[in-house]
Design a protein around this ligand. Structure first.
Ligand SMILES: Cc1cc2nc3c(=O)[nH]c(=O)nc-3n(C[C@H](O)[C@H](O)[C@H](O)COP(=O)(O)OP(=O)(O)OC[C@H]3O[C@@H](n4cnc5c(N)ncnc54)[C@H](O)[C@@H]3O)c2cc1C
Length: 489
């Protein structure tokens, strides 16, 4: 089949009904017409349509090795550095469309799937079918151009103990039964962004206690979100149905997040990749290089996001005439540094890429690892800079209805203008800045960047432990050796 159109994605969503709850109500009828999901589903559909744009198609697709159909380029298993560049170019198109505001653009998890499929032998334990399952699933998703979300973390009830030690042993999703048809899962996972994906990867979090009692919680599998018993409990929507003028970002890119509940969900055997194996779960990301390829995509997204903030603050500076102030220049420079730092990490990771043991050209992990430790701190600062530079102007933002009112309009045109722009143009820009830096949508983006890749404290710990510090230590030892003990002289 190959690449889907946006309309096919929307039709598939409406056909595959799911147990989706929002604000105390189940979503019934066409999900793509529900007020909370209508516009984000069209934004995802737009991503799919981009693959059919004659100007973009060559950069966004390639020929499937199994069918010859055109498939999405984020499924490409890179063998050369040129392949990595092709993957990056494709990702830039999708990240650019949403200015980095869609964390679950399908290339994020396509990258994971691509990497784990290449590393399929890793999944072959005493049961080699798990390796076949991974390969087949990758091909299935690639050929049907499906959109995935994932869920990794157990509910936030008691972080002091493991999944097995929670007061309720059925709080965290776990194996409760095995049948000839598959494995039965009961419990919950804390979060999945974009409950409008087609399928969900239920994968391990980074560390699982490898004890007998924790084995039922150690697995990796994939399911359609329409699977019976699988329930999605959404937070409230930040798409308030306002116009693109009023809420330029929230009206387009509100992906939604949902808690995932498994009411005795049957996972067919051919969808199981790891089962009751804590050791394999803990090694999965590192051994397959899935995190590396996911981070490659994330840094592309981060570049788009930093460039977006640079564009917003630069226009604000021009609009209200604050470019002559040194601290303003310093703050804009901070945004430039963030953008260029992300770019440099990306280029360095590609320049030093190597073929991994699964035959896949893999970006250098160190610059990507540093990038993923940097951005959770940088993005909140970028948003703070928008607030510091736009200041009270972020509150002087009349709505579209204000502009429509003929009695009010003369005042708005007069008192909301800026030095080089009329009130409409100034407000349009400032509403965009508000949606990035003040609104619920904007604050959720900050929270997302702080946490979506994991707890930054523990990510820093992982960097600390994995970074080879020996060369640096030796350099200091050598230097210290130049000064000998005075008694020994
Ligand atoms: C907007 C958003 C979207 C997300 N989307 C997804 C998604 O699509 N799929 C998905 O799987 N997850 C998603 N997540 C969840 C994300 O993976 C987690 O937020 C992240 O892993 C941190 O876990 P937590 O939120 O449970 O925080 P917790 O682990 O509960 O941490 C809470 C606090 O306690 C501290 N803490 C807890 N345990 C320890 C420890 N052992 N050592 C040191 N400090 C500790 C943390 O540092 C933190 O300050 C999303 C999160 C957000 C905010």
């Amino acid at each position: 089949m190959g690449i889907r159109t946006g309309q096919q994605y929307l039709d598939d969503l409406d056909t595959a009904s799911r147990d989706l709850w929002i604000d105390g109500e189940p979503v019934t009828g066409r999900i793509t017409e529900h007020p909370a999901f209508r516009r984000i589903s069209r934004s995802v559909a737009h991503l799919y349509d981009m693959q059919h744009d004659p100007k973009l198609q060559a950069e966004m697709t390639y020929q499937s090795p199994s069918t010859g159909d055109l498939v999405g380029l984020s499924f490409l298993q890179p063998n050369t550095k040129a392949d990595l560049t092709r993957r990056r170019t494709m990702m830039q198109h999708w990240a650019g469309y949403a200015h980095g505001m869609m964390g679950r653009a399908p290339d994020y998890l396509n990258s994971e799937l691509m990497a784990i499929a290449a590393a399929a032998p890793f999944f072959a334990t005493e049961d080699s079918r798990y390796a076949d399952n991974v390969r087949h699933y990758y091909e299935y998703v690639r050929e049907h151009d499906l959109c995935l979300t994932h869920t990794l973390i157990l509910p936030q009830a008691n972080r002091g103990v493991s999944a097995a030690q929670q007061a309720d042993p059925y709080l965290a999703a776990r194996v409760v039964d095995k049948t000839p048809e598959g494995v039965v899962i009961r419990g919950a996972r804390m979060l999945a962004t974009l409950p409008l994906a087609d399928e969900i990867l239920v994968f391990p979090s980074t560390v699982i206690r490898n004890t007998e009692e924790d084995r039922p919680y150690a697995f990796a599998f994939a399911l359609p979100l329409s699977t019976p018993g699988l329930r999605l409990v959404c937070r409230e929507t930040f798409d308030y149905g306002r116009s693109h003028f009023d809420h330029p970002l929230g009206s387009r890119f509100e992906e939604m997040d949902a808690v995932v509940v498994f009411h005795d969900v049957l996972v067919p055997w051919d969808r199981i990749f790891v089962l009751e194996d804590g050791e394999r779960c803990n090694a999965l990301y590192a051994e397959t290089d899935a995190t590396v390829h996911m981070t490659h995509q994330v840094v592309v997204k981060n570049m788009a996001k930093a460039e977006f903030i640079l564009g917003v603050v630069s226009l604000i500076v021009d609009t209200i005439g604050i470019e002559q102030f040194q601290h303003v220049q310093e703050k804009v420079a901070e945004v430039i540094i963030a953008l260029e730092t992300m770019k440099a990490f990306l280029i360095a990771s590609e320049a030093n890429a190597k073929v991994n043991r699964w035959g896949i050209m893999t970006p250098d992990w160190t610059p990507l690892n540093v990038a993923r430790n940097t951005f959770p701190k940088v993005y909140p600062r970028l948003v703070e800079i928008v607030q510091q530079l736009a200041a009270g102007g972020l509150m002087a933002i009349p709505s579209e209805n204000d502009f429509k009112n003929q009695d009010l309009r003369p005042d708005i045109d007069r008192f909301f203008q800026a030095r080089n722009t009329g009130a409409f143009e100034r407000t349009r820009l400032f509403r965009l800045a508000w949606d990035a830096a003040v609104s619920a949508f904007g604050n959720r983006q900050v929270l997302y960047e702080r946490f979506f890749f994991g707890d930054p404290v523990r990510m820093a710990g992982a960097l600390y432990h994995s970074y080879d510090k020996e060369g640096a230590k030796q350099r200091i030892r050598d230097f210290l050796e130049e000064t000998s003990d005075p008694l020994a002289r």
